[in-house]
Design a binder for this molecule. Structure first.
Ligand SMILES: *[C@@H]1O[C@H](CO)[C@@H](O)[C@H](O)[C@H]1NC(C)=O
Ligand SMILES: *[C@@H]1O[C@H](CO)[C@@H](O)[C@H](O)[C@H]1NC(C)=O
Ligand SMILES: [Zn+2]
Length: 304
């Protein structure tokens, strides 16, 4: 508690003009704008349709148009570059991999992927589900196929689609993440990069049959400029990583030399927006309800 009070007073005493940052980066020697001050960096960050959000599952609405996605070239391997961009770890996607369906109006192609995580393996996702924060969140950023530049896509209110995945701590090591986790020690300094052995997008996410259940809402980038042009998809199925793998992300450093972590924006108000869920999530639940209702009817008719 005392720590919190102290931190809060430090933030208010020392905040001033500067770059945007996360609270975990803030020091009195380096003034930077923490999330509640991001609107000083970009006014859009104070907008009404910001991300991330907390998803209250009992308030989500079923949307039958949220059918399973069609992924193409997600299984294709590519030689990517992974870099420490000062705020996160980012992998550029340099081949054509697209996602369609799921009520997206057109195909969207993958541009880059990056992560948000906690401090030393602690809570670190941006979106939360019923208030639960996961240790890490993957964002695969896509733009409408017709665009060749993300900044142009961002000027279209539905120009960008981000697929969001949550991680869960597992007992065993996830070997499919070895190449990314092993590369981290080569990119501890901001603006450093290294090439990865061939990887596919598919190997980084849950298996296809586990991707039919997801949430959908309209929001923004979760870093400044906070542009409100993002169709968000958050999958139920999580990606397992061991504690050691999660902690390895804290080997990275921010510009001020502090371990990188806590690089998530807190949930933003929905301001009347609705969050939808795909059919698949509810099929099981509604089947169970149907059976319960049938049983009840049967029981009642017998009682009569
Ligand atoms: C990787 O770093 C090198 C050396 O700083 C730089 O020339 C190159 O453009 C970087 N590549 C990427 C993809 O960021
Ligand atoms: C996929 O879903 C099944 C059934 O819910 C589960 O047992 C399995 O672990 C999941 N696989 C992945 C990769 O998430
Ligand atoms: Zn992100």
């Amino acid at each position: 508690m005392q720590h919190l009070v102290l931190l809060a007073s430090l933030v208010s005493l020392c905040s001033g003009s500067g770059d945007w940052c996360y609270p975990s980066q803030f020091t009195c020697e380096h003034h930077c704008n923490t999330p509640e001050m991001w609107s000083h960096t970009s006014t859009v960050c104070a907008g009404k349709f910001q991300s991330p959000v907390n998803v209250v599952t009992r308030k989500t609405l079923l949307d039958q148009r949220l059918t399973p996605f069609q992924f193409s070239n997600y299984q294709q391997t590519f030689r990517g570059t992974v870099k420490n961009n000062g705020h996160s770890v980012q992998v550029g996607v340099n081949h054509l991999a697209t996602v369609m369906g799921g009520d997206l109006v057109t195909g969207y192609k993958a541009v880059q992927l990056h992560l948000h995580w906690g401090q030393n393996g602690g809570p670190g996702s941006e979106h939360t589900i019923d208030g639960e924060q996961y240790p890490m969140e993957l964002h695969i950023v896509h733009m409408k196929q017709q665009y060749s530049d993300l900044s142009v896509a961002l000027s279209d209110p539905s120009g960008v689609a981000v697929l969001g995945f949550f991680y869960e701590e597992s007992r065993s090591t996830n070997r499919k993440y070895d190449s990314i986790v092993n590369a981290l020690r080569s990119i501890t300094h901001p603006n450093s990069n290294t090439s990865l052995p061939p990887i596919s997008l598919e190997q980084l996410i849950p298996s296809r049959q586990n991707l039919t259940s997801y949430y959908r809402y309209q929001g923004s980038l979760t870093t400044p400029g906070c542009t409100e042009s993002v169709i968000w998809t958050l999958f139920h199925s999580t990606i397992p990583l061991s504690k050691e793998q999660l902690q390895a992300f804290s080997d990275l450093r921010f510009h001020n030399g502090k371990p990188m972590g806590g690089n998530f924006r807190p949930p933003q108000p929905l301001n009347g927006r609705l969050v939808y869920h795909s059919g698949a999530a509810s099929v099981l639940a509604s089947a169970a309800l149907l059976w319960a209702a049938a049983g009840l009817t049967l029981g009642l008719s017998r009682a009569n």
